[in-house]
Design a protein around this ligand. Structure first.
Ligand SMILES: CNc1ncnc2c1ncn2[C@@H]1O[C@H](COP(=O)(O)OP(=O)(O)OP(=O)(O)O)[C@@H](O)[C@H]1O
Length: 173
């Protein structure tokens, strides 16, 4: 193996992140979960995880939501793709961000996540990943977006670019 290869030569790990938004206008609320264990424990985040071999990215997003909150999203739509680059991990992460408004049942706590509805005007960014504050405005504004975000020591955001792209639907070019 060529250990001198830049991180961009390593195929990214593909993950999903899905947020449900309910209500309209000023009374909109977003479902986040307090991550109870594993990567990002102690942070509020949407629902998601690694896409497994043999499943599509959409199937992965649905499976993670089912495992973490015991619900199905009925109108899931991809809104963005974020690339995370870590100084302490040679493999970049490619996170596919999904939006949904319709869901099958009241979300329930799981081993991994404790779900909480937050007013969209009162999102707990101080208890979330440092990148979220840069792309949530586009996400909540109904836009599509792409971003590249550089972290040191796993959690410190040192550089970022986030841009709006055409859509929805999200397209790659
Ligand atoms: C660095 N900045 C970040 N900002 C916002 N969200 C981030 C993130 N980095 C990772 N995420 C999300 O956090 C979840 C981790 O998932 P994670 O628990 O590791 O996955 P999975 O359930 O497959 O794990 P295990 O099976 O327990 O290994 C997953 O939704 C992923 O998209």
């Amino acid at each position: 193996m060529d250990t001198t290869a830049p991180s961009s030569d390593i195929p990214p790990k593909v993950l999903t992140l899905l947020m449900i938004v309910r209500g309209k206008g000023d009374s909109r609320e977003i479902l986040l979960g307090m991550k109870k264990k594993g990567f990002g424990a102690g942070y509020y985040n949407g629902f998601g995880g690694k896409v497994e071999t043999g499943e599509t990215i959409e199937e992965g997003a649905q499976r993670e939501l089912r495992e973490e909150a015991h619900v199905e999203a009925l109108d899931m739509e991809r809104r963005g793709v974020l690339r995370f680059i870590f100084d302490d991990n040679p493999q970049p992460w490619e996170v596919h961000v999904f939006h949904a408004t319709e869901f099958s049942a009241e979300p329930l706590e799981s081993e991994e996540m404790a779900p909480v509805w937050f007013p969209t005007a009162n999102i707990p960014f101080d208890k979330m990943w440092a990148d979220d504050v840069y792309w949530y405005p586009l996400f909540l504004g109904g836009k599509c977006f792409r971003g590249e975000l550089f972290f040191t020591k796993t959690t410190t955001l040192v550089k970022h670019t986030v841009e709006e792209v055409p859509g929805p639907p999200f397209t790659w070019s």
